[in-house]
Design a binder for this molecule. Structure first.
Ligand code: UDP
Ligand code: MG
Length: 312
């Protein structure tokens, strides 16, 4: 008998949890129809929900105390923290990470298990093929993957979901990365091992609504770039260097013109725009520096990524 720990982050998901549980149970019943091989071990992470999520998890744990466990955070720490908590507390022979809203179809688990059982792969990830998104989001998302592909040392597959099935040694490897600023998609790529991606068409949410605003997605993308690359710092240096050279050339030009033709009062607008341009570039570069310093600041505080209120 092999245990599969299912890490399931939940934030205000009262409508989805029971539906999720029933669907996964059906999948496992089907998996074990011929031989009883796999046991599901649920590990829900309640990320500081303000609705009835915690109560529903308590009830589910009381009904199935052997297989359903949960961790409750003291407040909302974000999905990345919930994933980190799940990884550290997952004890199964295999570990799957999935959303509770059924956008990660549990039916795919049997296919993923087949692939991992070949022994060639330590991780099976999922890539969404078609997803109904508004055009701005779709554009931002594809630009993000292009930028991170160019800038970063790690490679992240476009439209890859967090949904994945992993072997024990892969999970142990991920747990060795203890950074405070976590970007899972980058971490999964960074740890290496053989990963196989399977594709499936995007699913609508089973219940409730998405918790990501456009602004959060932009922040998440910046996090991804800053955490796995120092290229923005190099770009800032290059931009700063080029603007310095341009400024020197400009000054020489102004001096030579003043000597040859006398002072030019007419040039004020262009002068002001050049000053604004250079000032803007400096602020931009300072901003990039600030992003990194902010991250270093958070890392050096050694704060925990999450605080557990209750664990069952
Ligand atoms: N989630 C979480 N903490 C948060 C936001 C989301 O644990 O602060 C969970 C949420 O309950 C769900 C998963 O992360 O199981 C994915 O969230 P969502 O469905 O809102 O994202 P989307 O599928 O739209 O990318
Ligand atoms: Mg979702």
């Amino acid at each position: 008998m092999e245990t599969i720990t299912l890490i399931v982050p939940c934030y205000n998901e009262q409508e989805s949890i029971n539906l999720f549980y029933q669907t996964v149970e059906k999948v496992f019943a089907k998996l074990n129809a011929t031989t009883t091989k796999y046991e599901a071990d649920y590990l829900f992470v309640n990320d500081g929900s303000s609705d009835k999520t915690e109560q529903i998890l308590q009830e589910l744990h009381q009904q199935h105390s052997a297989t359903v466990h949960y961790i409750s955070f003291s407040r909302n720490f974000g999905k990345e923290a919930a994933i980190a908590a799940g990884f550290r507390n997952a004890g199964g022979d295999y570990v799957a990470l999935m959303d509770v809203d059924l956008q990660d179809p549990p039916e795919l688990l049997s296919q993923m298990l087949e692939i991992i059982n070949t022994g060639e792969y330590d991780c099976v990830g999922c890539v969404q093929t078609s997803r109904k998104q508004n055009p701005i989001r779709a554009f931002l998302s594809s630009s993000f993957y292009k930028v991170i592909d160019k800038l970063s040392d790690v490679k992240i597959k476009q439209n890859v979901r967090d949904y994945r099935l992993m072997t024990r040694r892969y999970v142990d490897a991920v747990n060795q990365l203890t950074e405070y600023n976590r970007f899972s998609k980058g971490i999964f790529s960074w740890v290496g091992f053989q990963t196989k991606y399977i594709e499936y068409p995007g699913q609508p949410r089973a219940a409730g609504e998405s918790h990501w605003s456009l602004w959060q997605l932009i922040n998440y993308s910046i996090e991804g770039i800053i955490d796995f690359s120092d290229a923005p710092l190099r770009i800032a240096t290059i931009i700063g260097g080029i603007s310095c050279v341009l400024a020197v050339i400009g000054i020489i030009f102004v001096i030579v013109r003043a000597i040859c033709f006398g002072g030019a009062v007419a040039g004020w607008p262009s002068l002001v725009s050049i000053i604004l341009l250079i000032g803007g570039i400096q602020l931009f570069c300072l901003g990039i520096l600030g992003q990194y310093i902010g991250k270093i600041y958070l890392e050096t505080k050694h704060r925990p990524q999450y605080l557990i209120k209750e664990q069952q």
